[in-house]
Each structure stands twice: as C-alpha cells, then as structure tokens.
Design a protein around this ligand. Structure first.
Ligand code: ATP
Length: 589
C-alpha cells in the first residue's frame, strides 16, 4: 500500500482528472451522492467487468440476473429489511444534527474539536492546556460542551484531569468529561461530536428510501428503492431454476445500484446513499443432503484442496472456497494480499441465521474498513420468501433421490434420529427438523447459500487509495522533478494505452500514429494526445494511471517499431504493434 494517501489530495485529483464529482455540484451538491466522470466511469466499468468475468462468464456454475430496483414491498417484509434494516441514530439536542450512534467517536476524531484535543494530548494529559482550550478554540469548535459554557463545570473538569490523568488518555474520554464534568465514572459517551451538545438516546432509523408507485400518494402505494441487490436474486430463484439448466450447487450473480439513506454518509464515496453492489448468491446442498449422497461431509478439518469444487464439500468448505476466490480476484484487480485482511466475525457478531461471515477489510487512510463480506447464510433467505410468498423454494435433486432410494427404513430412521439430535443440540426446532427430513427423503430441500457481497464504489476507492503515489524524480539534466502517478493494475486502469505522434507537423508521422491509435482503440480504451512536449504528455497519463504510452516517430516509418513507455518503471522499449498487442493482451487477460 502507498502509505498515508491524503484523502483531500486524492479527492482533488479525482475531481481535477474527471474521476469523481460531487453530485449536483452546481447547486451546492447533495450529501452522500457522487457522479463518476469520464475516467471514473471507465474505471468503474472495468471493475464490474472484471467481477462479472470472474464470477459469471468464466464459470459454468453461475448465471446472471438484472432485476429492477423497485420491487414488490413484500420482498422487504420477507427479508426483514422493513422491520430490522436500521441503524441506531442519535440527534443532538443543541445543533439538531443526526448521526449514527456507533460512529459518534469516529466523527469526533475527524472533526476540528477532536483534532485539537488529539494535539493537546500528544505530550500526555495537561489539565491547564485543556482548560485553555475550553476558554479559547473550543468556543468555536465545541461551544456546547458544559465545561466551555460554565466556569464551575470547567473547574470540576480541571481537577478531575489533574487528579486522575490516567483516566483521560483518549480524546473521547476528555471530551466526555468536558461534556458532563459532574457525571462521574462510567458515563456513556453522549456528547455531540459537532458542537459538544447532549445527544438523544439512540433510536432505530430505517435506511430504506421510500417512494410511491403510481399516481396516488398513499400508504398502499409505498415502495422502496432496494437497499441491496441480493433479495431480487432470491425472489427470482424459482424462475431461474425453472428456466435455466442449473442444478445445485450453482450461483446467481447481479451487479446493480442499491440505495441506503445512510444517517451520516462520510469518507468520500466509502459510505454513500446511492452505490453499486456486485453480489453472488451461491446455492449449495444442505450438509444432510451431501451426507446422504456421499456418505460423509468434508469439512475444513479435512484440509481440503480448495482449487476445484467437490461433491462432498459441506457448507464450511464452500464458504472458505468463496473467501479464497474473492481474495484472488481482489489481488487480480490490484490490491496486494498484504494490504487487506480477512476478519472472521465472532459468534456474537453474526446474524442469528448466519453460520460464518468474513469481512475483507482494507486499511483506508481513515481506518481499517470493510471492503466486502462473504457470508454463509444457511437457508434463511429462501425460507423467508417461501414463508411470505407461499411459493415453494425447494429444488428437486436427482442424485439425492437416487441415494435415498437405496436406503432401507432402518437406515432412514437412524439418519433421522442423528439429524434431529444434531438440530436440537444447535438450538433448533425438532418439528422443523422432522419436516426438513420428510422433504429430504423425497429428494427435495431449500438450498443453503453462500453470499459474497461487494461494493463497486468501495472497491474503486480502495484501488484509488492504493494506487496514488507522489514521486520525487531527477530529470535527464539532473534537476529535481516530481510526478503524481496512479499505479493501477492494467485490468482496471481507465485508459490502457495512450498514443502520441512525436511531432504533429509531419503528416507521415502523424498519420502513422493515427493508424496505430485507430487500431488500438477498436480493442481497448486508448487515448490520443498530440499536445505539448512528450514528457508533459507522459505526466498527464501518469496522473490517470495509463500503463503504457506509445510514441510514434520517424523510425516507425522505417521499421514499424515505436517506443513503449512503461508507467511504473518509466523505462522505454521499442516494439512492433504486434509485439505490443501481445504484451498488452497478456496483462489484460
Ligand atoms: P457497513 O457495515 O460498512 O455499513 P454493511 O455490512 O452494511 O456495510 P453489506 O450490507 O454487507 O454492508 O453490503 C455489502 C457491501 O456493499 C459492503 O461490503 C460494501 O462494499 C457495499 N456497501 C454497503 N453499504 C454501502 C454504502 N453506504 N456505500 C458504499 N458501499 C456500500
């Protein structure tokens, strides 16, 4: 990773070079919405294409879907989004700002008051300096802190800081003290990070955007913009099973817009209100079906080879398989393995239906944050839709039916007892277990699902942060020079190659360069630049991360070779068009 990419510098480069603009900027912008300019949308398309190629086009066991953004509201009732898709939110009683309760601490550290306090705390807790801040800068930065407003409260805080500096080593601890100097130990953190005012208790806030379908604006016509693409996949599951030649294990993938009315959209595009997701629902047999078919279920304890899926894999191996597949893809689009981490959620962090969930996290300049998640979601989603729609989500599995037909009654009874005991031990309902087995013995079940779920915008932001570099150089005459360069992988780079004529006033050279350019632009995103010195043209391409620049010169007219300048090494090599094409295709494959 290019350490410490400054977000302000990156944001301004992205604007200056046409990657990302604030939506509706001419009207002052709208919070949480971003537009992707000419190079931004090329790059975003490249990320989506790379995902689709890896998850759908190059696999025989995944098919695609492109569903609507607005669906029947019952979808969201069944999925649980209507009742539970909410964030706990606080409001400041003084400045009236809304914020997510779990982000109050982070917002504080990002803001002016937090930064001032962090600076003051650098050399340890100094009660006098903190009191000085309350009497000075804090009047502008956190005017509603009690210790800023009231001299007695400040004295109280001063003594607490002096007597017990060890309790106030963090910005949050000092801020809480200054907000409520008389509250004593163990005060929950409740001060507004924007002004120091008192926050309300957290209340759930539903993140779905509401809209109305049809001309009549009443409760019956309320619908929602989808907050994730996954539910459409579950809702279309029976159609796809009925019409495509798919059988479990198989997946359905979708890329598309999602909308969340995030309480505090922040960190540039990281948490937006409109964003794009790339989601796969990969349907697998329940472990009990695998056991009936194979006589055993392989788990991670068996140390499996994860390269090729096997019939005897249980959910645990499938989950790990998809974690590895996703990691390989992330490396492929340009994030080195060392720069992201695999966080396994603890049992108490998992949703009640989930068996495991891995967050792939990236060290953004604003902290270690989730890039994507890979969850083993059991049969929860399809079961919910079966329950709410009354339509069967079961599949018929011929191999299972064949395996069951070879079992006698005693074998079935033994399998039933073992399975029921196992379900009960896991806190599940005995009656449900018996119903499940009834279906299973007829060759039917609701598939379980592994869900790799990724955000296009977050991936692009991580790739931008990772690629950004400012380099100090020495030019050919020994003078100090510098350049900004985006070290994108060729797969995601918005422009793959730029073509320059060495001079523009020599028609033979110019026309030859146009010929090369026309040839390349039919195949990849190519850029034509005839303006200014070649060095300047290189710098312009470095800033947008173009991997190769071709300069056509007089020698090209003689032997057909041109110079190819490599973005990262800045080395130049002469080659023919065919040689360049081979090199480029290999990098893009
Ligand atoms: P977070 O905890 O950061 O809110 P989440 O766990 O709710 O994310 P999921 O519902 O699992 O996210 O969504 C899957 C992926 O969609 C995320 O890993 C992320 O890449 C992307 N995503 C989710 N919310 C947003 C958002 N508001 N802006 C941009 N991308 C998002």
């Amino acid at each position: 990773m290019i350490a410490n990419t400054n977000m302000d510098t990156l944001t301004s480069l992205c604007k200056r070079r046409g990657f990302i603009f604030h939506s509706s900027e001419i009207y002052g912008g709208i919070n949480g919405f971003w537009d992707y300019g000419p190079f931004g949308c090329e790059m975003k398309n490249n990320i989506k294409k790379a995902w689709w190629d890896s998850m759908v086009r190059t696999r025989e066991d995944v098919v695609g879907l492109d569903a609507t953004i607005i669906m029947h509201p019952s979808v969201w009732k069944a999925s649980g989004h209507l009742s539970t898709f909410s964030d706990p939110m606080c409001t400041c009683r003084s400045c009236k700002k809304l914020m997510r309760a779990d982000q109050v601490g982070d917002i504080l550290l990002d803001g002016d008051a937090g930064k001032s306090l962090a600076e003051l705390l650098q050399g340890g807790v100094d009660a006098a300096k903190i009191a000085g801040w309350c009497k000075g800068k804090a009047k502008g930065q956190a005017p509603n802190l009690i210790a800023v407003q009231n001299a007695d409260a400040l004295t109280l805080a001063f003594h607490a800081l002096q007597d017990h500096p060890e309790k106030f080593a963090t910005v949050q601890a000092v801020y809480t003290l200054l907000a409520k100097p008389d509250a004593g130990e163990g005060t929950p953190y409740l001060a507004c990070p924007y002004c120091g005012g008192e926050l309300t208790e957290p209340r759930p806030f539903n993140l779905m955007f509401k809209t109305v379908v049809g001309p009549v604006d009443n409760a019956e016509n309320v619908a929602y913009l989808r907050p994730e693409t996954a539910q459409a996949i579950f809702a279309e599951f029976p159609n796809i099973v009925a019409t495509s030649r798919v059988s479990v294990p198989f997946g359905i993938a979708q890329i598309g817009k999602s909308f969340r009315n995030e309480v505090t959209p922040r960190n540039y595009t990281f948490r937006s209100r409109e964003f794009e997701q790339m989601e796969l629902e990969f349907f697998i047999r329940p472990d009990e079906a695998v056991e009936l078919i194979c006589g055993h279920v392989r788990t991670m304890k068996d140390n499996p080879d994860l390269s090729t899926p096997q019939t005897d894999w249980g959910w645990e191996i499938w989950h790990k398989y998809w974690v590895e597949q996703r990691k390989a893809w992330i490396r492929r689009v340009g994030l080195p393995e060392a720069d992201f981490t695999e966080y396994w959620q603890k049992p108490d962090e998992l949703a009640h239906y989930a068996r495991a969930c891995v967050d792939i996290e990236y060290q953004f300049p604003f902290g270690l944050q989730e890039l994507e998640g890979i969850a083993a979601r059991s049969d929860y989603d399809l079961s919910q839709h079966q329950l709410h729609s009354g339509k069967s989500m079961e599949v018929f599995d011929e191999e299972l039916k064949a395996a069951v037909s070879k079992m006698d009654d005693a074998a079935k009874a033994a399998f039933t007892e073992k399975t029921v005991a196992d379900w009960v031990a896991r806190g599940k309902d005995e009656e449900k277990a018996r119903k499940f087995l009834d279906s299973l013995f007829q060759g039917r079940y609701i598939p379980h699902v592994i869900e790799p779920s990724s955000g296009v915008d977050r991936m692009m932001l991580a790739l931008l942060c990772n690629a950004y570099d400012e380099q100090k150089l020495t030019d050919s005459k020994g003078k100090d020079d510098s350049r900004i360069v985006l070290h994108f992988s060729p797969v995601v780079a918005p422009v793959k190659v730029a073509v320059f004529p060495l001079v523009k006033n020599k028609p033979e050279v110019y026309n030859k360069a146009r010929e090369v350019f026309e040839y390349l632009r039919k195949r990849v995103a190519a850029f034509w630049d005839e303006g200014g010195a070649i060095g300047r043209r290189y710098r312009r391409q470095d800033e947008i991360g173009t991997p190769w620049c071709i300069t056509v010169d007089f020698q090209t007219l003689e032997d057909g070779t041109f110079t190819v300048r490599d973005r990262d090494s800045m080395g130049q090599e002469r080659m023919t068009l065919q040689q360049f094409r081979d090199k480029m295709e290999e990098a893009l494959l």
